[in-house]
Design a protein around this ligand. Structure first.
Ligand SMILES: *[C@@H]1O[C@H](CO)[C@@H](O)[C@H](O)[C@H]1NC(C)=O
Ligand SMILES: *[C@@H]1O[C@H](CO)[C@@H](O)[C@H](O)[C@H]1NC(C)=O
Ligand SMILES: *[C@@H]1O[C@H](CO)[C@@H](O)[C@H](O)[C@H]1NC(C)=O
Ligand SMILES: *[C@@H]1O[C@H](CO)[C@@H](O)[C@H](O)[C@H]1NC(C)=O
Ligand SMILES: *[C@@H]1O[C@H](CO)[C@@H](O)[C@H](O)[C@H]1NC(C)=O
Ligand SMILES: *[C@@H]1O[C@H](CO)[C@@H](O)[C@H](O)[C@H]1NC(C)=O
Length: 280
Protein backbone atom coordinates (compact mmCIF):
# COMPACT_ATOMS: atom_id res chain seq x y z
CA UNK A 1 0.00 0.00 0.00
CA UNK A 2 1.28 3.49 -0.73
CA UNK A 3 3.74 2.86 -3.55
CA UNK A 4 1.39 3.40 -6.52
CA UNK A 5 -0.49 6.71 -6.65
CA UNK A 6 -4.00 6.03 -5.39
CA UNK A 7 -6.93 7.71 -7.08
CA UNK A 8 -7.40 9.72 -3.90
CA UNK A 9 -3.87 11.03 -4.09
CA UNK A 10 -4.21 11.88 -7.76
CA UNK A 11 -7.39 13.73 -6.96
CA UNK A 12 -5.75 15.70 -4.19
CA UNK A 13 -2.81 16.52 -6.43
CA UNK A 14 -5.25 17.78 -9.05
CA UNK A 15 -7.04 19.79 -6.41
CA UNK A 16 -3.74 21.34 -5.36
CA UNK A 17 -2.97 22.18 -8.92
CA UNK A 18 -6.40 23.73 -9.36
CA UNK A 19 -5.97 25.79 -6.19
CA UNK A 20 -2.56 26.96 -7.42
CA UNK A 21 -4.09 27.96 -10.77
CA UNK A 22 -6.93 29.75 -9.02
CA UNK A 23 -4.41 31.59 -6.83
CA UNK A 24 -2.59 32.74 -9.92
CA UNK A 25 -5.89 33.92 -11.41
CA UNK A 26 -7.06 35.68 -8.25
CA UNK A 27 -3.88 37.13 -6.85
CA UNK A 28 -2.13 37.94 -10.07
CA UNK A 29 -4.78 39.75 -12.06
CA UNK A 30 -2.07 41.18 -14.31
CA UNK A 31 -2.86 38.49 -16.90
CA UNK A 32 -4.14 41.24 -19.16
CA UNK A 33 -5.00 40.58 -22.75
CA UNK A 34 -3.27 42.83 -25.29
CA UNK A 35 -6.10 42.60 -27.82
CA UNK A 36 -8.75 43.53 -25.25
CA UNK A 37 -6.57 46.43 -24.21
CA UNK A 38 -6.22 47.62 -27.81
CA UNK A 39 -9.97 47.23 -28.28
CA UNK A 40 -10.94 49.25 -25.19
CA UNK A 41 -8.30 51.93 -25.73
CA UNK A 42 -9.42 52.58 -29.29
CA UNK A 43 -13.10 52.42 -28.39
CA UNK A 44 -12.71 54.98 -25.63
CA UNK A 45 -10.84 57.22 -28.09
CA UNK A 46 -13.60 57.00 -30.70
CA UNK A 47 -16.41 57.62 -28.20
CA UNK A 48 -17.20 60.96 -26.65
CA UNK A 49 -18.69 60.99 -23.19
CA UNK A 50 -19.93 64.54 -22.58
CA UNK A 51 -21.98 63.58 -19.51
CA UNK A 52 -19.06 61.69 -17.92
CA UNK A 53 -21.13 58.52 -17.68
CA UNK A 54 -18.38 56.00 -18.30
CA UNK A 55 -17.02 55.21 -14.87
CA UNK A 56 -13.52 53.79 -14.62
CA UNK A 57 -12.86 54.02 -18.36
CA UNK A 58 -9.22 54.91 -17.85
CA UNK A 59 -5.96 53.70 -19.37
CA UNK A 60 -4.98 51.78 -16.25
CA UNK A 61 -8.27 49.88 -16.28
CA UNK A 62 -7.97 49.05 -20.00
CA UNK A 63 -4.66 47.36 -19.29
CA UNK A 64 -6.45 45.16 -16.82
CA UNK A 65 -10.23 45.27 -17.18
CA UNK A 66 -10.95 41.82 -15.80
CA UNK A 67 -10.00 39.63 -12.93
CA UNK A 68 -11.38 36.23 -13.78
CA UNK A 69 -15.11 36.86 -14.02
CA UNK A 70 -15.05 40.28 -12.37
CA UNK A 71 -14.99 43.41 -14.48
CA UNK A 72 -13.64 46.74 -13.27
CA UNK A 73 -15.02 48.53 -16.28
CA UNK A 74 -18.51 49.99 -16.34
CA UNK A 75 -20.67 48.24 -18.92
CA UNK A 76 -18.27 45.35 -19.44
CA UNK A 77 -18.76 41.75 -18.40
CA UNK A 78 -15.85 39.37 -18.21
CA UNK A 79 -15.53 35.67 -18.76
CA UNK A 80 -12.27 34.02 -17.75
CA UNK A 81 -10.29 37.24 -17.93
CA UNK A 82 -11.64 38.33 -21.30
CA UNK A 83 -14.29 40.89 -22.17
CA UNK A 84 -17.30 38.99 -23.44
CA UNK A 85 -20.06 41.56 -23.15
CA UNK A 86 -20.13 45.31 -23.65
CA UNK A 87 -23.35 47.09 -22.79
CA UNK A 88 -23.23 50.87 -22.95
CA UNK A 89 -26.81 51.90 -23.53
CA UNK A 90 -28.56 55.23 -22.93
CA UNK A 91 -25.42 57.04 -21.75
CA UNK A 92 -25.60 60.05 -24.11
CA UNK A 93 -22.45 58.83 -25.83
CA UNK A 94 -21.35 60.58 -29.01
CA UNK A 95 -18.61 59.89 -31.49
CA UNK A 96 -18.21 56.76 -33.56
CA UNK A 97 -17.71 53.02 -33.26
CA UNK A 98 -14.02 52.13 -33.50
CA UNK A 99 -13.18 49.37 -36.00
CA UNK A 100 -10.70 48.17 -33.36
CA UNK A 101 -13.66 46.80 -31.42
CA UNK A 102 -12.80 43.75 -33.51
CA UNK A 103 -9.81 43.25 -31.20
CA UNK A 104 -12.21 42.21 -28.41
CA UNK A 105 -12.15 38.78 -30.01
CA UNK A 106 -14.14 37.05 -27.26
CA UNK A 107 -17.05 39.49 -27.49
CA UNK A 108 -20.44 37.80 -27.57
CA UNK A 109 -22.73 40.75 -27.01
CA UNK A 110 -22.33 44.35 -28.12
CA UNK A 111 -25.06 46.77 -27.09
CA UNK A 112 -24.44 50.46 -27.78
CA UNK A 113 -28.13 51.30 -28.22
CA UNK A 114 -29.84 54.60 -27.39
CA UNK A 115 -26.91 56.98 -27.70
CA UNK A 116 -25.97 59.62 -30.29
CA UNK A 117 -23.34 57.65 -32.18
CA UNK A 118 -22.57 58.73 -35.73
CA UNK A 119 -20.52 57.31 -38.59
CA UNK A 120 -20.59 53.84 -40.10
CA UNK A 121 -20.98 50.35 -38.67
CA UNK A 122 -17.38 49.06 -39.05
CA UNK A 123 -17.16 46.09 -41.39
CA UNK A 124 -14.34 44.87 -39.13
CA UNK A 125 -17.02 43.61 -36.75
CA UNK A 126 -16.87 40.55 -39.01
CA UNK A 127 -13.83 39.40 -37.02
CA UNK A 128 -15.97 39.03 -33.89
CA UNK A 129 -16.61 35.38 -34.68
CA UNK A 130 -18.34 34.74 -31.32
CA UNK A 131 -20.75 37.66 -31.61
CA UNK A 132 -24.33 36.64 -30.87
CA UNK A 133 -25.97 39.97 -30.05
CA UNK A 134 -25.50 43.21 -31.97
CA UNK A 135 -27.72 46.04 -30.78
CA UNK A 136 -26.84 49.45 -32.21
CA UNK A 137 -30.44 50.72 -32.29
CA UNK A 138 -31.48 54.33 -31.65
CA UNK A 139 -28.32 56.13 -32.69
CA UNK A 140 -27.45 58.28 -35.71
CA UNK A 141 -25.36 55.74 -37.59
CA UNK A 142 -25.04 56.21 -41.34
CA UNK A 143 -23.67 54.31 -44.31
CA UNK A 144 -24.49 50.75 -45.34
CA UNK A 145 -25.18 47.61 -43.33
CA UNK A 146 -21.90 45.71 -43.84
CA UNK A 147 -22.64 42.43 -45.67
CA UNK A 148 -19.55 41.03 -43.89
CA UNK A 149 -21.65 40.66 -40.73
CA UNK A 150 -22.67 37.35 -42.30
CA UNK A 151 -19.29 36.02 -41.14
CA UNK A 152 -20.44 36.33 -37.53
CA UNK A 153 -22.14 32.97 -37.80
CA UNK A 154 -23.51 32.96 -34.24
CA UNK A 155 -25.52 36.17 -34.60
CA UNK A 156 -28.89 35.80 -32.89
CA UNK A 157 -29.84 39.44 -32.69
CA UNK A 158 -29.28 42.25 -35.18
CA UNK A 159 -31.09 45.34 -33.99
CA UNK A 160 -30.27 48.47 -36.01
CA UNK A 161 -33.60 50.28 -35.81
CA UNK A 162 -33.79 54.09 -35.59
CA UNK A 163 -30.59 55.10 -37.35
CA UNK A 164 -29.80 56.73 -40.71
CA UNK A 165 -28.46 53.67 -42.51
CA UNK A 166 -28.59 53.75 -46.30
CA UNK A 167 -28.27 51.29 -49.16
CA UNK A 168 -29.81 47.84 -49.48
CA UNK A 169 -30.30 45.13 -46.88
CA UNK A 170 -27.48 42.67 -47.72
CA UNK A 171 -28.98 39.50 -49.06
CA UNK A 172 -26.22 37.44 -47.38
CA UNK A 173 -27.67 38.19 -43.93
CA UNK A 174 -30.33 35.61 -44.75
CA UNK A 175 -27.60 32.98 -44.34
CA UNK A 176 -27.51 33.66 -40.60
CA UNK A 177 -29.60 30.68 -39.55
CA UNK A 178 -29.43 31.55 -35.85
CA UNK A 179 -31.06 34.97 -36.31
CA UNK A 180 -34.11 35.20 -34.09
CA UNK A 181 -34.40 38.98 -33.92
CA UNK A 182 -33.81 41.35 -36.82
CA UNK A 183 -34.90 44.97 -36.84
CA UNK A 184 -33.84 47.60 -39.36
CA UNK A 185 -36.98 49.75 -39.09
CA UNK A 186 -36.77 53.55 -39.32
CA UNK A 187 -33.63 53.99 -41.37
CA UNK A 188 -33.06 55.21 -44.93
CA UNK A 189 -32.63 51.81 -46.50
CA UNK A 190 -33.66 51.23 -50.11
CA UNK A 191 -34.35 48.45 -52.55
CA UNK A 192 -36.03 45.08 -52.30
CA UNK A 193 -36.21 43.15 -49.03
CA UNK A 194 -34.16 39.96 -49.62
CA UNK A 195 -36.47 36.96 -49.74
CA UNK A 196 -33.95 35.21 -47.48
CA UNK A 197 -35.03 37.62 -44.72
CA UNK A 198 -38.53 38.71 -45.71
CA UNK A 199 -39.89 35.24 -46.41
CA UNK A 200 -37.60 32.81 -44.60
CA UNK A 201 -37.94 29.21 -45.53
CA UNK A 202 -38.35 26.14 -43.39
CA UNK A 203 -38.78 26.62 -39.66
CA UNK A 204 -36.46 29.63 -39.36
CA UNK A 205 -37.96 32.42 -37.23
CA UNK A 206 -39.86 34.87 -39.42
CA UNK A 207 -39.71 38.64 -39.30
CA UNK A 208 -42.84 40.66 -39.91
CA UNK A 209 -43.34 44.13 -41.37
CA UNK A 210 -42.39 45.85 -38.09
CA UNK A 211 -38.77 44.78 -38.75
CA UNK A 212 -38.64 46.72 -42.02
CA UNK A 213 -41.09 49.63 -41.84
CA UNK A 214 -40.05 53.29 -41.79
CA UNK A 215 -37.64 53.02 -44.73
CA UNK A 216 -39.15 55.10 -47.54
CA UNK A 217 -37.50 53.28 -50.43
CA UNK A 218 -37.57 49.74 -49.10
CA UNK A 219 -40.12 47.43 -50.66
CA UNK A 220 -41.27 43.85 -50.96
CA UNK A 221 -42.78 41.24 -48.68
CA UNK A 222 -43.58 41.48 -45.74
CA UNK A 223 -44.17 45.20 -46.26
CA UNK A 224 -47.64 45.97 -47.59
CA UNK A 225 -47.62 46.18 -51.41
CA UNK A 226 -46.67 49.63 -52.67
CA UNK A 227 -48.73 52.04 -50.65
CA UNK A 228 -47.13 54.78 -52.74
CA UNK A 229 -49.24 53.74 -55.78
CA UNK A 230 -52.44 54.77 -54.01
CA UNK A 231 -50.75 57.94 -52.90
CA UNK A 232 -49.55 58.77 -56.40
CA UNK A 233 -53.10 58.38 -57.79
CA UNK A 234 -54.24 60.87 -55.18
CA UNK A 235 -51.29 63.08 -56.02
CA UNK A 236 -52.11 62.98 -59.74
CA UNK A 237 -55.74 63.91 -59.05
CA UNK A 238 -54.51 66.65 -56.74
CA UNK A 239 -52.07 67.99 -59.28
CA UNK A 240 -54.77 67.86 -61.98
CA UNK A 241 -57.30 69.72 -59.87
CA UNK A 242 -54.68 72.15 -58.64
CA UNK A 243 -53.33 72.99 -62.06
CA UNK A 244 -56.88 73.29 -63.44
CA UNK A 245 -57.73 75.75 -60.72
CA UNK A 246 -54.46 77.60 -61.21
CA UNK A 247 -55.01 77.97 -64.96
CA UNK A 248 -58.53 79.19 -64.31
CA UNK A 249 -57.24 81.83 -61.91
CA UNK A 250 -54.45 82.73 -64.35
CA UNK A 251 -56.75 83.15 -67.36
CA UNK A 252 -59.22 85.11 -65.24
CA UNK A 253 -56.43 87.42 -64.11
CA UNK A 254 -55.27 87.66 -67.72
CA UNK A 255 -58.71 88.69 -68.86
CA UNK A 256 -58.96 91.22 -66.05
CA UNK A 257 -55.58 92.75 -66.93
CA UNK A 258 -56.50 92.84 -70.60
CA UNK A 259 -59.76 94.55 -69.72
CA UNK A 260 -57.94 97.06 -67.51
CA UNK A 261 -55.40 97.83 -70.25
CA UNK A 262 -58.06 98.26 -72.92
CA UNK A 263 -60.05 100.43 -70.55
CA UNK A 264 -57.03 102.61 -69.88
CA UNK A 265 -56.16 102.75 -73.58
CA UNK A 266 -59.70 103.78 -74.37
CA UNK A 267 -59.56 106.41 -71.68
CA UNK A 268 -56.29 107.63 -73.11
CA UNK A 269 -57.69 107.69 -76.63
CA UNK A 270 -60.67 109.59 -75.30
CA UNK A 271 -58.33 112.01 -73.57
CA UNK A 272 -56.31 112.43 -76.74
CA UNK A 273 -59.43 113.01 -78.71
CA UNK A 274 -60.74 115.50 -76.21
CA UNK A 275 -57.30 117.15 -76.23
CA UNK A 276 -57.36 117.40 -80.02
CA UNK A 277 -60.77 118.89 -79.94
CA UNK A 278 -60.60 122.60 -79.89
CA UNK A 279 -62.41 123.76 -76.83
CA UNK A 280 -64.64 126.40 -77.91
C1 LIG B 1 -6.06 44.63 -33.45
O1 LIG B 1 -6.65 44.36 -34.70
C2 LIG B 1 -5.86 44.76 -35.80
C3 LIG B 1 -6.68 44.57 -37.05
O2 LIG B 1 -7.82 43.82 -36.87
C4 LIG B 1 -4.60 43.95 -35.83
O3 LIG B 1 -3.80 44.38 -36.90
C5 LIG B 1 -3.87 44.16 -34.52
O4 LIG B 1 -2.74 43.32 -34.48
C6 LIG B 1 -4.75 43.86 -33.34
N1 LIG B 1 -4.04 44.24 -32.12
C7 LIG B 1 -3.92 43.42 -31.09
C8 LIG B 1 -3.16 43.94 -29.95
O5 LIG B 1 -4.45 42.33 -31.09
C1 LIG C 1 -11.83 50.71 -11.19
O1 LIG C 1 -10.72 49.95 -11.66
C2 LIG C 1 -9.78 49.56 -10.65
C3 LIG C 1 -8.68 48.77 -11.30
O2 LIG C 1 -8.17 49.43 -12.40
C4 LIG C 1 -10.46 48.73 -9.58
O3 LIG C 1 -9.57 48.45 -8.55
C5 LIG C 1 -11.68 49.48 -9.05
O4 LIG C 1 -12.37 48.64 -8.15
C6 LIG C 1 -12.60 49.87 -10.18
N1 LIG C 1 -13.73 50.61 -9.68
C7 LIG C 1 -14.98 50.23 -9.95
C8 LIG C 1 -16.05 51.14 -9.42
O5 LIG C 1 -15.24 49.22 -10.57
C1 LIG D 1 -32.19 57.03 -20.25
O1 LIG D 1 -31.52 57.82 -19.29
C2 LIG D 1 -32.27 58.89 -18.79
C3 LIG D 1 -31.42 59.65 -17.81
O2 LIG D 1 -30.11 59.70 -18.23
C4 LIG D 1 -33.53 58.37 -18.11
O3 LIG D 1 -34.31 59.45 -17.67
C5 LIG D 1 -34.32 57.51 -19.06
O4 LIG D 1 -35.41 56.94 -18.39
C6 LIG D 1 -33.44 56.41 -19.63
N1 LIG D 1 -34.20 55.70 -20.62
C7 LIG D 1 -34.28 54.38 -20.63
C8 LIG D 1 -35.09 53.79 -21.71
O5 LIG D 1 -33.70 53.70 -19.82
C1 LIG E 1 -31.91 46.81 -28.27
O1 LIG E 1 -31.83 47.87 -27.35
C2 LIG E 1 -33.05 48.60 -27.19
C3 LIG E 1 -32.78 49.81 -26.31
O2 LIG E 1 -31.84 49.57 -25.35
C4 LIG E 1 -34.09 47.66 -26.61
O3 LIG E 1 -35.30 48.35 -26.43
C5 LIG E 1 -34.29 46.51 -27.58
O4 LIG E 1 -35.20 45.59 -27.05
C6 LIG E 1 -32.98 45.81 -27.85
N1 LIG E 1 -33.19 44.85 -28.93
C7 LIG E 1 -33.25 43.55 -28.75
C8 LIG E 1 -33.54 42.73 -29.94
O5 LIG E 1 -33.07 43.04 -27.65
C1 LIG F 1 -43.00 32.85 -49.40
O1 LIG F 1 -42.41 31.57 -49.63
C2 LIG F 1 -43.35 30.55 -49.92
C3 LIG F 1 -42.59 29.25 -50.14
O2 LIG F 1 -41.53 29.14 -49.24
C4 LIG F 1 -44.13 30.87 -51.17
O3 LIG F 1 -45.10 29.89 -51.38
C5 LIG F 1 -44.80 32.22 -51.00
O4 LIG F 1 -45.41 32.59 -52.21
C6 LIG F 1 -43.78 33.27 -50.62
N1 LIG F 1 -44.47 34.53 -50.37
C7 LIG F 1 -44.08 35.68 -50.94
C8 LIG F 1 -44.93 36.86 -50.60
O5 LIG F 1 -43.11 35.76 -51.65
C1 LIG G 1 -44.20 41.24 -35.30
O1 LIG G 1 -43.25 40.48 -34.60
C2 LIG G 1 -42.99 40.94 -33.29
C3 LIG G 1 -41.92 40.05 -32.69
O2 LIG G 1 -40.85 39.95 -33.53
C4 LIG G 1 -44.25 40.90 -32.46
O3 LIG G 1 -44.01 41.45 -31.18
C5 LIG G 1 -45.35 41.71 -33.13
O4 LIG G 1 -46.56 41.56 -32.43
C6 LIG G 1 -45.53 41.24 -34.56
N1 LIG G 1 -46.48 42.12 -35.22
C7 LIG G 1 -47.44 41.68 -36.03
C8 LIG G 1 -48.30 42.72 -36.65
O5 LIG G 1 -47.58 40.51 -36.26
Amino acid sequence: MGSAPTPARTASTSAMLLITLLNVAVFRPTTSDPSDEACLTHLSESLQDPTKSLKNWTKSTFANPCSGFTSYLQGATCNNGRIYKLSLTNLSLRGSISPFLANCTNLQALDLSSNFLTGPIPSDLQYLVNLAVLNLSSNQLSGPIPPQLTLCAYLNVIDLHDNSLTGPIPQQLGLLVRLSAFDVSNNKLAGPIPVSLGNRSGNLPRFNATSFEGNKELYGYPLPPLKSKGLSVLAIVGIGLGSGFASLVLSFTGVCIWLKITERKMALEEGKISHLMPDY
